[in-house]
Design a binder for this molecule. Structure first.
Ligand code: NAD
Ligand code: UDP
Ligand code: UDP
Length: 312
């Protein structure tokens, strides 16, 4: 079962699991996900789609649960912040209760946001983070932190088989033009020759992982022995400033876009880079797609979208 399976990462995960021969139940309330993300999977007899909100109980029979349900872009998770916290907290309780009843292994899509605006760089898993509990990002950050607490308490209290992945910024085809995250925003702006809007002065950093690498890491983590619980950082350790990203997108699209500066949102982390030593050692995993190559594929996806909307 993949919760949030109609979203950006979830749809790539469903596709990969089907290609590996699994039966997949995709559970999604279509808050940010869409049926169109699932494409040909909808015709596959081993694939099933269920419209359901994970904040409500769910009784199904499954043997692995990938819990990805939760809006991931700041624009979307801040639109209804109470629902965001509910999705992480109530949603995790329900999925953990389900995992407990059917004795399934359950993997949580946690996030680098649990480190907040970090004062340790790069971030190893044993760093506890620096998160504002009452700011505009808190519904997401604290919801995900509480979900991790629930996962480890279900492990200690009920002996559940759990896996916690801390995912760092991931990009690729199937991000929505209105997703609001930086890679999709910059590509859409560049392709339409509109100004590229950098928040702040562009000196803040992120490390961008291509979606195929990330999905490979999630599946490797799910397939580890019971004693491997994580948390495990999954992300690309190559760090870029947001200015460097803007310049690369302009170069690769051949855009005439200018760069403009807008105010930095509250609590925007200054730096972010995963320490992936644990993933290398435990999963024999490290990302293989350089930013330039991943951006070329992602730009091609947005070019197709723009062509389709022009035809329509
Ligand atoms: P996304 O918004 O594309 O996908 C989230 C999916 O969850 C959507 O299909 C949405 O409809 C669904 N959903 C939301 N609330 C739900 C609910 N209450 N019940 C059922 N379904 C619900 O985002 P994404 O980038 O694919 O992220 C997937 C997961 O990975 C999220 O949990 C996110 O926090 C985590 N993550 C993503 C990134 C990233 O860079 N993409 C980084 C860190 C963590
Ligand atoms: N739950 C669920 N599906 C199941 C089993 C449980 O959605 O197959 C939900 C149930 O509604 C409960 C939650 O998961 O509120 C936590 O379950 P657990 O067994 O841990 O706690 P309890 O039922 O004792 O509250
Ligand atoms: N950002 C930007 N322009 C945009 C969107 C984002 O400059 O159109 C910046 C944002 O302020 C942040 C970084 O890019 O510093 C990454 O933002 P995103 O929302 O993609 O991810 P997150 O902040 O959750 O890592």
């Amino acid at each position: 079962m993949v919760t949030g399976g109609a979203g950006f990462l979830g749809s790539h995960l469903c596709e990969k699991l089907i290609s590996l021969g699994h039966e997949v139940l995709c559970v999604d309330n279509f808050y940010t996900g869409t049926k169109s993300n699932l494409g040909a999977l909808l015709e596959c007899s081993r694939f099933e789609l269920l419209r359901h909100d994970v904040t409500f109980p769910l009784y199904v029979e499954v043997d692995q649960i990938f819990n990805l349900a939760c809006p991931a872009s700041p624009v979307h998770y801040q639109y209804d912040p109470v629902q965001t916290t509910k999705t992480s907290v109530h949603g995790s309780i329900n999925m953990l209760g389900l995992a407990k009843r059917v004795k399934a292994t359950i993997l949580q899509a946690s996030t680098s946001e649990v480190y907040g605006d970090p004062e340790v760089h790069p971030q190893p898993e044993d760093y506890w983070g620096r998160v504002n509990p009452i700011g505009p990002r808190s519904c997401y950050d604290e919801g995900k932190r509480c979900a991790e607490t629930l996962f480890f308490d279900y492990r200690r209290q009920h002996k559940l088989s759990i896996k916690v992945a801390r995912i760092f910024n991931t990009y690729g085809p199937r991000m929505k033009p209105n997703d609001g995250r930086v890679v999709s925003n910059f590509i859409v702006q560049a392709l339409s020759n509109r100004p590229i809007a950098i928040y702040g002065d562009g000196s803040q950093t992120r490390s961008f992982c291509y979606v195929d690498d990330l999905i490979d890491g999630l599946i490797r983590l799910m397939d580890t022995p019971d004693e491997v619980t994580g948390p495990i950082n999954l992300g690309n350790p190559t760090e870029f400033t947001i200015m460097e990203l803007a310049e690369l997108v302009i170069e690769l699209t051949g855009s005439r876009s200018a760069i403009e500066f807008k105010p930095l949102p509250a609590d925007d982390p200054r730096q972010r880079q995963p320490d992936i030593t644990r993933a290398r050692e435990t999963l024999a995993w490290s990302p293989s797609v350089p930013l330039r190559d991943g951006l070329i594929k992602t730009i091609a996806h947005f070019e197709d979208l723009l062509r389709e909307s022009a035809v329509a």
